[in-house]
Write a protein that binds this ligand. Structure first.
Ligand SMILES: [Zn+2]
Ligand SMILES: [Zn+2]
Length: 143
């Protein structure tokens, strides 16, 4: 099976992008632009999908923990739905990223941490607490 990766990514303005077909994080030389506003991608999370399990993904429901403002749709006088604002996210910190990385375990998402990431006791405790807080925040976020 070939090595397949993609990146969950956020631009400078907090727009969500998915960068396909890359094996390395975007750097300054080949930095892709945001699909929405064309500004620079400044945060990425690598996902390994070689075995179809999205190893490393922050699942969409949990990504809501970082939601800063929801998208807004307006209906014009012709009855069209126009997207006025896109969803905007806060850039996750490195610890927040590590706390929420997951993979698809048959039908459900399973956290990579703490099972596959042995760390010092203090780091583990901190990340486990962070994971809990972020899960709660994601559950409260607007759908
Ligand atoms: Zn953007
Ligand atoms: Zn219209």
């Amino acid at each position: 099976m070939s090595y397949e990766t993609y990146f969950q990514a956020l631009c400078e303005n907090g727009h969500y992008n998915q960068l396909q077909g890359r094996t390395r994080a975007p750097d300054s030389d080949s930095s892709p632009e945001c699909n929405i506003c064309k500004s620079k991608i400044v945060w990425t999370n690598i996902v390994d999908d070689t075995n179809g399990d999205h190893w490393g993904i922050i699942p969409p429901d949990l990504f809501k923990a970082f939601l800063k403002s929801s998208s807004k749709v307006e209906t014009c006088n012709l009855g069209h739905q126009h997207l006025i604002f896109h969803e905007v996210y806060n850039l996750p910190t490195e610890e927040e990223r590590l706390a929420l990385r997951s993979y698809k375990d048959s039908f459900s998402w399973t956290f990579i941490f703490p099972k596959h990431m042995p760390k010092s006791y203090r780091t583990r405790t901190r990340l486990i607490n962070l994971q809990k807080q972020l899960k709660e925040r994601a559950a409260r976020a607007p759908k």
